[in-house]
Each structure stands twice: as C-alpha cells, then as structure tokens.
Design a protein around this ligand. Sequence first.
Ligand code: AHG
Ligand code: MN
Ligand code: MN
Length: 291
Amino acid sequence: ISLATKAIGNKIRCARIEDVVGEVGSENVQGEMQHRLDVISNELILRCLGDRDNVGILASEENETPFLLRSREEGGRYAVLFDPLDGSSNVDSSVGVGTIFSVLRLPDGGSREVAMLSPGKDQVAAGYVLYGSSTVLVLTTGNGVDMFVLDQSIGSFVLVTKGIQIPSGNKTYSINEAYTEKFSKEIQQYLEWVHENDYSSRYIGSMVADVHRVLLKGGVFLYPPTKEKPEGKLRLMYEANPMAMVIEQAGGMAVDGSKRILEIEPSGLHERTSVILGSSDQVGAVLQHCS
Ligand code: AHG
Ligand code: MN
Ligand code: MN
C-alpha cells in the first residue's frame, strides 16, 4: 500500500503536467463518472498488491466484482478492499484527495467471497493516505492509530504520531449542508440546533480530507441519507468501515444513525450506508436529535 500510494501521490502532483486530469468518459460500477486518475490509481494498487503472495482477494470501488487471486491454500491470507482515489472530482482543482483501504483476514475454509463480506469489526487493519499539503498515511491494526508523513527527500513514510486520540469539545460539523431540505427531520433539527449553539462548519467534499481534519482536531463528519440517496452515498466496505475503525481506535464514535457502522452485516461489496463519525461528544450531540 505504501508503494502504491507513493506512486499515486506522484501521479496526482504531476497530473496537470502529464495531462491526466478530467473524466475518461465511462462510468464505474457506482454509475459515477470515472476520472483518469481513478483509473490510474486503481491500476497502481492492483499491480502493487496483486503481486503480494499473501493477498487472496482485491476489491475496488472501481470494479464491479472482486479479483480472486489466491486461495487460502495458495497463501491468500488477506482480502484488501479499497477506494483507490477518494474525492476524485476535486483533483482537477488541486484539493486534497486520498486512498482508503480495509484489510480482512480470510478463513481457512468456506467461500472467500462470503468471508470478504464480513462486518467492519472483523477488519485486521484499515487506514487511508491523504494527498494534501503533505502526504499522510494513517494506519490502525487494531491497537490504536498511528500517523506517518511521506518524507519526499528519502521516499519513505516516517512515523510522526503514535496513538492518536481524537479530541473532544470541538464544536465543528462537516456536512454538505446544501442538501438540508433532502435530509431527514432529525438531521434538519440537528442543523437548526448547531446554528443556535455557536458551531463552526468545515466541508471539503473529500471524505479522506474531512475525516483527517476531524481525527486531528475533533468535531463530527456526517453524510446522512438524502431523498435521492435513501441509503446514503458513502460505501460501507471501503469508505465507511475503514474510517469507522480508525475513528473508534482513536477513541471516537462511528454510527449510521442507530448502530455502530462496524456492526453492520454487509450484503454486497458496493453497498452504501449513512455515516456519522467523529469525537464521541459531537456524535452524541447528533444522536440526541435522532432519538
Ligand atoms: P469518490 O470520489 O471516491 O467517489 O468519493 C466521493 C465522496 C467522498 O469523498 C465525499 O465525502 C463525498 O463523495 C462528497 O459528496 P457530495 O459532493 O455529495 O457532498
Ligand atoms: Mn470515495
Ligand atoms: Mn473513489
């Protein structure tokens, strides 16, 4: 993942020079326009991870079906699910974008495809890389959250913070507020409440960048269902689950409005979910309006 994301980071930073910005003209499995960098990032991850002896399955936002690479007997111990380029519609304007990944262990017997659809609480590792003003790798293997920054001069991710804890007491919310009329009554009431209670708003529109700010500074990030997207927009397996593991491992909360995201029993690789995550106090403030 570190090799692939270093390569993706370089492609993003040179995208204008190499003229690889813009849409390719085809839709991905989500029915969303693919950007050229979506395709390039996906291929880089597939190539880097596909060669690893212990990777059994690779599953991407950009591919309808997972790649079944190696059986358990052939050494395929892990499934890696990923969003190769998150926030790709922002990339043409040089806004921070990212890569999100989730790692599940494959069982000795049984169907690999079924095992891949495990709830997020079974993840053995998760994290993201943010290609922002610096390139940051945030990683959890179930024992806290560590942050690495890419040192361009040596080409390595260097550990800068161990055991990140998400701060509380930050009255900042992050939501696409233009959808207010399309949200549920509960979310509309929450938004009225924040307006009356000295909150500040921050929304980039790249989940990785928004969640990274929330992880470091505190606050809450929301992508609730809308009238057009009654399931929510964000994908459970390679957006919500890995971010939920990171946030919980940092002492925060990640829910869909009624339960922990990590406890959702997935029904499909590309299923969507509502997302409310961040500092426990701020997620709690949202939930007070939901009950
Ligand atoms: P992706 O680029 O992987 O399709 O993800 C885009 C997502 C996510 O990054 C962000 O939180 C959300 O889309 C923003 O959606 P809106 O423009 O509807 O706010
Ligand atoms: Mn995404
Ligand atoms: Mn994406």
